[in-house]
Write a protein that binds this ligand. Structure first.
Ligand code: ATP
Ligand code: MG
Length: 370
């Protein structure tokens, strides 16, 4: 967190497509939130369009400014070319690596009063972000019966423990926020569900499961008095039944921790429960640096038309604030967004409304001042 009086410097990377429309909305909301610190925004180049112009999707200077000068960052969205482009690799993947942002934290949250309480969803998916099948170690060879392709899936004890610890810390922070906001937990207490498939992949998923459980169990054992995670429960769920339960009874999940690929799939699935990709936020987290990022992509089909839903970006900005230690102004933003969704008058077309990006943003700015 910043010293008193100094503005927080945030690196802003709108990148491509609707990122360029929705990230400025998030900056204006941050600036107008009562009780928020002062911000000093610095716009930094990144993205596929920048690659097409300059040959670099993520200039070294962008990384340097983020590392040496910024307290946090926001990323918009990047276009993924549909075919392989020589020399291009995703700036997001590189940013996560360069800044060691090993966790992708995605809250999926409904709005009270807009859907049946039975199907109320308020879940955070904590996705491991550095390994699993994403190490992209694939081979293909000619076999006697045709081609054989293989992919290596890497799970390490270190990365699994680290993401496990992050998930338990997220559960703790949620408990703290709930008591502040005066709302009760969906299932009474904070809970971390470990998502895996160790009945089939007993070695790789077995290691993931054991490592995450180990974080919780050694916390219990090592503590003479109450452990750090004393108020948190833990259980586990095979990924297939996890998907089933997520759709049938999403309210049973609080914090879910998953290896990279399962985390990707269940968080997109969970996004479907809240109506649109356009409302789902995330933060990429390391131990000390955080980068907010809407879950959606660059949406080329609606880019440049003032139609994109700015809520995912605005919520991502609030998440960033929350993880940087400013939970009071973050809660104000969450509430203003909820008010606008509940009122239903200024929603963009993805939520069956007729409002423009700007009208939705303005409604949120007004709700913030109430
Ligand atoms: P990319 O390759 O950048 O991921 P994409 O075509 O997969 O592009 P996404 O951004 O992932 O596009 O979006 C998938 C669908 O959801 C698109 O039809 C898009 O218009 C819609 N969508 C995504 N984000 C938003 C948003 N913020 N507001 C409205 N609609 C959105
Ligand atoms: Mg996409």
């Amino acid at each position: 967190a910043a010293q008193a009086g100094r503005a927080l410097k945030l690196g802003m990377m709108p990148a491509d497509g609707i990122g360029k429309e929705v990230l400025p909305c998030a900056a204006r909301v941050l600036q107008s939130t009562p009780g928020a610190p002062k911000f000093d925004f610095v716009t930094l180049p990144a993205g596929f369009e920048h690659f097409q112009k300059t040959g670099s999707a993520l200039p070294d200077e962008t990384v340097r400014v983020l590392r040496e000068e910024c307290d946090g960052a926001m990323f918009g969205s990047v276009s993924s070319p549909s075919h392989k482009v020589e020399g291009y690799s995703s700036p997001i993947v590189k940013l996560r690596k360069e800044l060691d942002l090993y966790a992708n934290i995605r809250p999926v949250v409904g709005v009270r009063g807009t859907r049946d309480d039975e199907k109320w969803v308020d879940t955070v998916i904590v996705r491991e972000n550095t390994e699993c099948l994403y190490i992209k170690s694939e081979t293909i060879e000619e076999g006697p019966q045709g081609q054989v392709a293989r992919a290596i899936r890497q799970i390490t004890e270190r990365a699994s423990k680290r993401i496990g610890k992050k998930a338990f810390d997220v559960a703790l922070a949620r408990e703290a926020l709930r008591s502040k906001a005066g709302t009760s937990a969906t299932a009474g207490r904070g809970k971390v569900t470990v998502c895996h498939k160790s009945n089939v992949l007993s070695v790789t998923d077995g290691l993931f499961r054991t490592a995450v459980r180990g974080v919780y169990e050694s916390d219990k054992k090592s503590a003479g008095g109450p452990g750090r995670y004393e108020g948190i429960d833990m259980d586990e769920q095979l990924v297939d039944s996890m998907v089933y339960r997520l759709f049938r009874e999403p309210h049973v999940f609080d914090v879910v921790v998953a290896p990279n690929l399962y985390g990707d799939i269940i968080s997109d699935g969970a996004a479907a429960l809240v109506g649109s990709l356009g409302v789902v936020a995330s933060v990429n987290a390391g131990d000390t640096f955080f980068m907010g990022e809407p879950v959606h992509g660059s949406a080329p089909d609606i880019a440049g038309q003032n139609k994109a839903n700015p809520i995912a970006s605005i919520r991502s900005a609030a998440l960033l604030l929350e993880y940087m230690g400013y939970s009071d102004p973050a809660l104000k933003i969450y509430k203003a967004v909820d008010d606008v969704i509940r009122e239903g008058k200024y929603l963009t077309p993805d939520l069956q409304g007729t409002a423009t990006t700007s009208e939705c943003e303005e409604a949120i700015l007004r709700a913030l001042q109430k």
